[in-house]
Structures are given as C-alpha cells and as structure tokens.
Design a protein around this ligand. Sequence first.
Ligand code: F6R
Length: 245
Amino acid sequence: MIEIIRVKDYETMSLYAARLVAAQVRLVPDSVLGLATGSTPLGMYRELVRQHREEGLDFSQVTTINLDEYCGLPGTHEQSYRYYMDSNFFSKINIDPDLTFIPDGMTTDIDACCEMYDELIDFLGGTDIQVLGVGENGHIAFNEPHDYCFTAQTHKAELTENTIEVNSRFFDDPAETPHFAISMGMRGIMSSKCILMLISGARKADAVYGLLRGEVTPRCPVSILQLHPNVKLIVTDDAFVKIKD
Ligand code: F6R
C-alpha cells in the first residue's frame, strides 16, 4: 500500500521526511533507522540536524543501518558513503558512532561482510523506517535493473553504466567512480516496517511511473515496493508528471 504525499518542491519534501523520521525517534527513542545517501536525503538530514540543535531531538539511543557502500573506498574517502554520513549527519547529532552501520567497502571478504550485514538486520528485527531514494533507472540501494530476478540478500552489486555516469558528478576525476558496491538486498529493504520513499526532480518521472503504475518487475527494481504494506512516497510535482488519473 503506497500513500502518496505530493509536494511542490525539494525543500517541502525534505521537511515532511524529517518530520516523519523525527516523530519515529520521539515516539520510539531506540528506533532502528534505515538510511540512504545521495543528493535526495541531504535536505532531510539538514532539517533533522536543525531539530537536534534547536529542539533537542535526541538520537542517543538510535541505531542506523545504511543501504550501501562503494567497493574499494575507505571511510576517509570523501566520496565514500561512510564519509557522507559522518559529515552530513552523524557528526552533527548525538548518535553513538558504534550504533551506525554501513557496509565496509574495504573488506577483503565480501561474502562474509554481506552475510554479517544480513545477520545484523535480522538481529535488529529490521528497520522501523527505511529512507529510500531512487535512481533514474529505478534502482533502490544498488539493486540495479535485472532481466529476471530481484536479489534478496546483501550482495556485491555491479553498477550499470547509467548509475556510474550519474554518480561520477561527485568525483573530481569521473574515471575514479567505482563500478561495484556492497548493497542491501530486497529482503533487508522489504523487511522494514515503514518505507519512506523520497523522489524529486523531472529526471525521476519514469521511476515514479514504475513505482506507481508499472508492473512489478526486476527490470524496474523500485516497483517491488508495490508489494510492501506500508510505503509513504513523498514526491515533488515535477517528478509526478507521468501519472495521470
Ligand atoms: C544511496 C542509494 C541510491 C540513491 C539513488 C538516488 O544510498 O542507495 O539508490 O538513493 O542513486 O541518488 P540521488 O539521491 O543522488 O539522486
């Protein structure tokens, strides 16, 4: 079941998203939050930091699990997702760093790392809220489009050319953009009690169509959310243009 919250712009989307996450943390102080990186949730993190600083929003008991990490980048690399999370969010709130989990992009044993990540998700009982962005090609986390199957487990994902090209905008030398990532699989995402899907910008209009009107198919990974009982989609008007009722 997908509840659609249409908003006029990115700022409004970010504000709504932050309010929902903040409400979760206020109601259940030891919540488990599933978090995403990328440009989409930056405004949400900014607002959550503001609420922490100005309204005392308390993260001291919160646990976080991130969706993914690039293979081959250490947490000190400015484009690693660990660095993104530390600099944009964790260092600005009162979270316990030991309770922030992100796959280790430098692991020498990817299979064991993926297995441990799934065990961690199970141990924590899944996330209370999973924040998601979507790729232009419909990927969620780095579950890329595939001809015939969704991947359930955390896994090493080969990024598509489109994803590499889109993500290269963040790298000084675009050729340095990693081609592989460790990504949470669909089981970890779908086991969340509530999915908070954030989509803004005209370039995401096809993904919104796939999410709301397309068939459920691994060719458009985000379409799997049609099978989740509790999805809140916060979507800007410019991303909603292909939906006609
Ligand atoms: C990030 C992630 C990706 C992004 C997606 C959209 O942790 O899992 O799936 O959510 O690539 O990225 P942006 O928000 O930069 O458009």
